[in-house]
Design a protein around this ligand. Structure first.
Ligand code: DGL
Length: 278
C-alpha cells in the first residue's frame, strides 16, 4: 500500500472520516443511496450543485471549474474519499481532479465501474443515453471500444431527461412521453443492453424497462460503483466500522425538489444546508 496522506490519518480499522459525494442536483442521490446500502457504516457528505444544474449543457471548462471548487470544499470537510456522482463531471473533470489532488484524497467516478461491468457481461449491442456533455465527450464509446473492439456502441444525447427528473417529473404521463420520444430513435433499437449514463436516470429506470418490455438489459452505475468504493476503502484500510452521525446534505441553492428527493431516500429528517462556495 502506498504511503500517502489519506491513510496517515486512519485510526486502525475504523476511519470515520466522511465520503464526499457530488452531482449537479438529485442524480447523485441514487449513487449515495447505493453506497449507503453497501457501506452502511460510512458517513456521507453530499453536495448538490443546484445553482449550476443542469451540468449537461455546460462547457467542459465550466464543469471542471465547478468540480474543482466542490472537491476543495469536500476536502476541507476532511473527507477521505470523493465520489464524482455525475457522468457529465466524471467525463469532463475526472482526470483533472486525479492530477490536481494526487496523493491527497481518493477519487471514484461513475463511468469506469459501469464500463468494466458492461464489458464483463459480454453484451454485443450497447446503447448509451446521457447528457449532451457526456455524449459529446465520447467517453463511453472510447472506453468500451478500448476494452472490446467488437462491441457496437450507439450513443444518444437525451438532454430533457435530467431537468425533467430534477423537477420531479417521473413515473407520470409526461415522463413516459418524453422517454418514448427519445428511445424510439433508430439508434436505440436492436440493443441487448442500455447504459443509463446519467445518475439522474435510475429514477426513471422502471419506465425505461417498461418501454423495452424487459427485452433490453438496463444498467446503471449505482451498485457497481458502490462495490468499487468498498473495494478501494478496504484496500486502503479506510473503512469505518460505525456510523455515528446523520448524513449531511449541502446544496448550492435551495430547491424543493432536492429536499423532497433526499427525503424520499432518507426519510423525513435530513440535514440540508445551503452553501455558497463560489
Ligand atoms: N446527473 C448528472 C450526470 O450524471 C448530470 C445531469 C445534469 O445536470 O445535466 O450526468
Amino acid at each position: 500500500m502506498q504511503d500517502s496522506w489519506y491513510n496517515t490519518n486512519q485510526t486502525g480499522h475504523n476511519d470515520q472520516r466522511s465520503i464526499g459525494v457530488f452531482d449537479s442536483g438529485i442524480g447523485g442521490l441514487t449513487v449515495a443511496n447505493a453506497i449507503n446500502r453497501v457501506l452502511p457504516n460510512e458517513h456521507l457528505i453530499y453536495f448538490g450543485d443546484t445553482a449550476h444544474l443542469p451540468y449537461g449543457d455546460k462547457s467542459a471548462d465550466a464543469i471542471r471549474y465547478y468540480a474543482l471548487r466542490i472537491s476543495k470544499f469536500l476536502l476541507e470537510q476532511d473527507c477521505k474519499m470523493i465520489i464524482i456522482a455525475c457522468n457529465s463531471a466524471s467525463a469532463a473533470a475526472s482526470d483533472m481532479l486525479l492530477e490536481f489532488f494526487e496523493g491527497k484524497i481518493l477519487f471514484a467516478n461513475v463511468i469506469d465501474p459501469l464500463v468494466e461491468y458492461t464489458v464483463q457481461q459480454g453484451y454485443k449491442n450497447v446503447g448509451v443515453i446521457a447528457t449532451k456533455a457526456t455524449i459529446s465527450s465520447n467517453v463511453y464509446h472510447k472506453k468500451l471500444k478500448s476494452k472490446d473492439q467488437r462491441l457496437k456502441v450507439n450513443q444518444l444525447a437525451t438532454p430533457l431527461l435530467a431537468p425533467m427528473i430534477e423537477e420531479g417529473f417521473f413515473n407520470n404521463n409526461i415522463s413516459q412521453e418524453v422517454i418514448k420520444n427519445y428511445l424510439s430513435d433508430a439508434s436505440m433499437q436492436q440493443l441487448d443492453s442500455l447504459l443509463l449514463a446519467c445518475t439522474h436516470y435510475p429514477l426513471i429506470r422502471a419506465e425505461i424497462e417498461a418501454y423495452y418490455e424487459g427485452k433490453v438489459e438496463v444498467l446503471d452505475s449505482c451498485d457497481v460503483l458502490a462495490y468499487q468504493v468498498k473495494k478501494m476503502l478496504t484496500q486502503e484500510n479506510l473503512l469505518s466500522q460505525q456510523l455515528t452521525q446523520p448524513h449531511k446534505y449541502y446544496v448550492s441553492d435551495f430547491t424543493q425538489s432536492f429536499e423532497d428527493t433526499a427525503k424520499l431516500f432518507n426519510g423525513s429528517q435530513i440535514e440540508l444546508e445551503v452553501k455558497n462556495i463560489w
